[in-house]
Design a protein around this ligand. Sequence first.
Ligand SMILES: *Cc1c(COP(=O)(O)O)cnc(C)c1O
Length: 432
Amino acid sequence: MSGDDELDNLLKLVRLHNTWRGKECINLIASENVTSPLVDAVYFSDAMHRYAEGLPFKRFYQGTKYVDEIEDRVSRIFAELFKARYSDIRAVSGTIANATTFAALAKGGDEAAVIPLPGGAHVSHSKYGILGRLGLQPVEVPIIPEELGIDPEGAVKLIRERSPKIVVLGASVIIFHQPVKEISEAASEVGAKVIFDAAHILGLIAGQVYPNPLAEGADVITTSTHKTFPGPQGGAILTSSEEIYEKIAKIVFPVFVSNHHLHRLAALGVTALEMKKFGKSYAAQIVKNARKLAEELHSRGFKVLGEGRGFTETHQVLLDVKGDGGGARVAESLEEANIIVNKNILPWDKPSDIANPSGIRIGVQEVTRWGMSEGDMIEVAEFIYRVVKRRDDPNMVREDVIRFRKEFTRIHYTFDVDVKRAAEEIGSLLSR
Ligand SMILES: *Cc1c(COP(=O)(O)O)cnc(C)c1O
C-alpha cells in the first residue's frame, strides 16, 4: 500500500469517527463531555509544542514566561471556583492526580479506607490500580447496594476500628451525595486524611448542585477535568492545607509528570470561567435531565436504581438490565442505534457476571451541554425503550436518533463570542 493510501485511510477513519461520535450519536457515556469552540481555539495553541517542568517562575529552562503567567492565573481561577486555597493543575489525568495524592499522604504498608469497586469506586482506588501499586492496603467501607452508596455508620465504624492513613471518597458510579461530613469527622478523630475524588462530579460541584467536599471536611479533592466539568482532558488537585499542597507539589513533578501538556492550562482556565458564569444553570439542568430520564425509563418498565430516593442527585442514571439480556448485550444493541452507554457491574453481580454484568450506566452531562432539556429526555427514554424493551430493529431506531441528534448543533453554557475571530486574534492553530 502506498503512503498516500495509508494517509487517505487514516483520514477517512478520523472523518468517520468525527461524524459518528460527534454528530450522529446520543452520547450517554457518564465520563465524557465536549469542550466549547472557544476552549478548542485556546487549546490548539503553540503551547502544545512546548515544554515546562516544575512550577511557574521556577522552571528548568527558558521560553516559559507567558506559560508561567497562564499557569499561575489558571491555578488561582480554578482554586477560587472551588473555594480552595491551593490548586495544582499539572497532573495530566485524574489517575495521575490520585497517584500523586496517595503518594503524598501515605506510604507502602499504610491502610487506605476505600469504597469497593462494585460500590462504584474507580480502579485507581483499588488493589488493581495505582493505590495497590504504591503498596497501600485497601480496606473496604460497607455500602448500601440498592443506592450504590456508602453505608455511613458502617464506614464510620470501620474508620474508628482500623485508623487508616487515608480515606478515599468520590466514585465513578455515583448517584447520591456521599456522607463526606460524617466520614471526615471520624477520619479526623483517628488522624486520617480524606481525599475526595471528584472526577465525575466536578462540574456539579462547580455549579453548586453537589456539596463541596472541602467545605464538608475533606482535606483534598483530586479530579479529572473533562467529565461533568467540560474542560480539556487532564487532572487537578485542590486543597486548602498549605502543608498538603507543598507535599503534593513536590510529587507531581518530578515523580508523576515531566511536561504537563501546556496547551491544556489556558483551555482549563476558559472552562473554569464558563463554569463560573454558567455553571449553576448547567449543573441544575443536568440533575433535572437525569431525574427526568430516570422517571421516563422507570415508567417504561426499566429497573432504575435509587428508586426510593428519587433515582439520582447527579448526572448519572443506573439501570439493572439483567432481565433485558444483561449490560453487555443492551449496550451493544444501543450502540447499533447510535446510543452510546457503558455496561457496569452492580453490587449484586457475581464474579462470573463480569463479561455481561447487570448494569448500564448513563450520564446526561454531554447531551445537556448540547442543549437538551427535560422534554428531550422523554425522546431519549423512548429510543432506549424501543431498542431494549420493544426490540425494534436498531437500524430503524438509528435513523430516528440521527434525525433527532441533528437538532442539537450548538454547545450551550459558553460565552457568546465570535470564535473564528477570537481564534485569529489569539493566533490559535485552528486558524493557521
Ligand atoms: C475517570 C475517573 C478517574 C480517572 O481519570 P482519568 O483522567 O481518566 O485518569 C479517577 N477517578 C474517578 C472516580 C474517575 O471516575
